[in-house]
Design a protein around this ligand. Structure first.
Ligand SMILES: CC(=O)Nc1cnc2ccccc2c1
Length: 464
């Protein structure tokens, strides 16, 4: 379920957004509609999620790349009626260039692959976590940006590449504690649709736009889908036959319908994923099409099982796109496949299922060093540097120390384990005063460490 539509009713004067800057009023404090701020408490969740994306990519030998958020609009000028190209965040820049904030990463990746030319040795396994944009009419109140983990393999025509990508997605699920009872991946192939459409005398140039339409089956009424397909010149009878074949959930049944040859790749894929030990997450489902026009083969989509499935949005999705380079004017194509994995849905699911470790929500500073007075501040800086160089996240109390009590309340606020006070008498004796703010885990050291609140003199060298 997307965020509730923004309240568009007129607001009483008092609640209206403060007037725009310029008439001396306060600036608007909210981010632009559909975009998000990430203050530290939010950023910790995003950083934690991205650290899992990076960990899986690294474990699978993928290399990170990036490209500008701003791209030429022509990268996305596809005429297959996809929502993603109809909602482009595009504009004419000051040099009259038609540019757009990228709605997806694959076109930029295709541009990079083309620009590298022969110097790029295949296969290529690249990943990125780009922020992608769309211009949604705010009536839907949906987000206009999200971060999308992209993993792609170029130069591999066989389904070993798709198997590797599916294994990487399942690796992520295992890494964050999502079981095959909680999430799954539905797999099909557009080659199935291609075979069916050929059998129904649907021309090949109708293939991509027809896929974009039947992808809406889970959102639109069947009649609407039939109606949209009729605009492509596809008869109602053919459309109904196509839609009925897409209800098939079993490869054997599908093989009966369209022949073993058309399902051979899928059988091989299901064999390979058994090798990775992730078959429990995967199932065949002929209704999976995906909404991007450039897919040409295997397509897949991950979903959450525990939530009310009819409303749940895809967790991630992807597939094979073997013919994208010639659409950008290249002389020949290079096989490719990949997936996109957004940051919004997965975090909602992980929160709902309580999979996010408690420490992700906590800002970690172990020690707070407090100078008793400004004369002792250089010494405090020395001590905090010693702690930091030992790998301990540590702060030195920056405001002038008026009342020691204030530093203790600051220590509580930053959830520090210890307050280390630089006091004159102790310092002259080569010591500091330590106050434990909370019980240390048992066995941390001598008995007194587990007496919260009492202050002890400790040799500077014994601090580490
Ligand atoms: C659930 C969600 O926020 N999806 C989302 C948000 N922003 C986008 C921006 C561009 C393309 C797809 C997008 C998808």
């Amino acid at each position: 379920t997307d965020a509730p539509p923004q309240n568009t009713k007129a607001k009483p004067e008092s609640q209206k957004k403060p007037s725009k800057k310029g008439r001396g009023g306060m600036i608007v404090l909210e981010p632009v509609a559909g975009t998000r701020d990430f203050i530290p408490s939010d950023m910790r969740y995003r950083a934690w999620l991205f650290s899992k994306f990076h960990a899986v990519a690294k474990k699978y030998g993928f290399e990170e790349y990036d490209a500008p958020i701003l791209e030429s609009e022509e990268l996305y000028k596809r005429k297959a009626g996809e929502e993603i190209t109809q909602q482009m965040y595009n504009f004419t820049d000051k040099s009259e260039q038609q540019v757009a904030l990228r709605p997806e990463m694959t076109p930029s990746l295709a541009r990079l692959i083309l620009s590298q030319g022969k110097s790029l040795l295949m296969p290529v396994k690249w990943y990125s976590i780009p922020q992608c944009w769309r211009y949604e009419t705010t009536t839907r109140g949906r987000k206009r940006e999200h971060y999308q983990w992209n993993m792609d393999i170029w130069g591999v025509p066989n389904v070993s590449a798709e198997a590797e990508l599916l294994a990487a997605i399942c690796e992520f699920f295992k890494l964050v504690g999502l079981t095959s009872q909680e999430v799954g991946i539905k797999i099909s192939s557009r080659k199935v649709l291609e075979t069916v459409m050929k059998g129904l005398n649907i021309s090949s140039e109708q293939f991509a736009p027809a896929c974009v339409i039947v992808d809406k089956l889970d959102k639109l009424q069947k009649e609407d889908v039939v109606q949209q397909l009729s605009i492509l010149g596809i008869s109602e009878e053919s459309s109904l036959e196509l839609i009925s074949i897409m209800q098939i959930k079993d490869i054997d049944e599908l093989s009966q319908k369209i022949g073993e040859e058309s399902v051979a790749e899928l059988r091989q894929l299901f064999d390979l994923v058994k090798g990775y030990g992730v078959a429990e997450y995967l199932r065949f489902d002929a209704s999976i099409v995906r909404g991007l026009s450039y897919y040409t083969g295997v397509v897949f989509e991950a979903f959450s099982i525990s939530r009310n499935s009819e409303l749940s949005r895809a967790i991630c999705g992807g597939g094979r796109y073997d013919r994208i380079l010639t659409t950008y004017g290249a002389k020949q194509d290079t096989p490719a496949c990949g997936f996109g994995f957004g940051d919004v849905v997965i975090l909602e699911i992980l929160r709902d299922l309580n999979k996010i470790p408690k420490e992700v929500s906590r800002h970690v500073v172990n020690d707070l060093v407090v100078p008793f007075n400004e004369d002792l501040r250089p010494q405090a800086c020395k001590v905090v540097t010693m702690l930091r160089d030992a790998g301990i996240p540590a702060e030195v109390y920056l405001p002038k120390t008026k009342k020691i009590a204030n530093t203790f309340s600051y220590a509580e606020r930053i959830d520090a384990d210890r307050v280390i006070m630089i006091a004159p008498d102790e310092w002259n004796a080569g010591e500091v005063k330590v106050k434990y703010m909370k019980l240390q885990p048992k066995g941390v050291g001598e008995e007194e460490k587990n007496t919260v609140g009492v202050q002890f003199a400790v040799k500077v060298d014994d601090l580490l």
